[in-house]
Write a protein that binds this ligand. Sequence first.
Ligand code: GLU
Length: 420
Amino acid sequence: MTTTLDLELNPKEAAAARFDMAAKKLNLDEGLMKVLRTPNREITVYIPVAMDNGKLEVFTGYRVQHSIARGPAKGGIRYAPDVTLDEVRALAAWMTWKCAVVNIPFGGAKGGVICDPHKMSSGELERMTRRYTAELVEFIGPEKDVPAPDVNTNEQIMAWMMDTYSMHVRQTVTAVVTGKPINIGGSRGRREATGRGVMIVCDEAIQKLGLSRESTRVIVQGFGNVGSNAAILMHEAGYKVIGIIEVDGSLYNKNGIDVKALAEYRAKNKTMQKFPGAEAADPAELLVTDCDILIPAATENQITSKNADRVKCKILAEGANGPTTAVADDILADKNVFVIPDILANAGGVTTSYFEWVQDRQGYFWKESVVNEQLGDIMKTAFRDVVQYAETHRVNNRIASYMLAIDRVAYTIRQRGIYA
Ligand code: GLU
């Protein structure tokens, strides 16, 4: 039986709830609403892999291309045991809205493979990645659909994807994926970009709320690519990072954690536990501990009807995709939390992916300072667009970001017309 909580936690429902509300407020034509609600294409592939123990395993993989209205489909690929088609669908739609919020010329897509990458060897991961790419070869490409890293995928996996695609088309095509190592067409600044984007929108938000970096206490959930880079950059910029929540142990220090030292400690010890500069904390409690900025940068469904009323931050900056459920949105709105929604807060990653794609196609690579400056411009403009939209239309930031994005995509579709 499907319970109310199951529905609340289904990412497809979460995306649909926000979409419906924003589309209604925009008075969007019903037919166009149908078009925008439905993906362009959904691909399921079965990936046979020779495992190290000599046996054959078959993995299931997806690629959902939600929209190609504003440009090639764009979005990451995640490897996780709990990947579902519904989740990939929601994430693909979120990519369309995200690219539109920051106004870059891409549609939206997402991919996922059901597997437990932590239990696989590097060889097994490589074989799985290459076969997955080979199965998708006619559906991806610099002008069609450009994958990137997401949960549990990284630069090495992108390198294998780029190589496999290139072997099939008999020439090196660096622009087929982004988030690659710098040596083979990656962009300077891409690794830190999502975390940097989170900091840029936090800078804008504290300015709006009249806070200073030094007086702003931050709690970060997740110490993966997004969380660790956001925490390190914000610590270096003067913010007081008082809590880090991670699966292998959570840390709290009301006077601020030296995040750089923590990152070094973790790299050396492969765990954050027993880090001398902070005390151990309960992860669920830390998420609702008093702070100024809370950055959920792990996975979906972290702030729900079960804990939203206890959240004590002034600003919620969503580093992850879908960390807050639609039901929790209303609770946070009642509490006057300033929400920087995922499709804005974590758009620094795909924005720098856009720069990577441009550089690959130009064959000319920018200095890191140029990348960061351009990223700053785009993120600040998007932040101001969303906040202004919210104020003009008297809606919260989440709905404003959806309205802005849907409006941009709908405008493009109207202009292009429907081919029939
Ligand atoms: N996976 C990231 C996201 O969810 C990056 C996508 C990209 O760079 O294409 O935004």
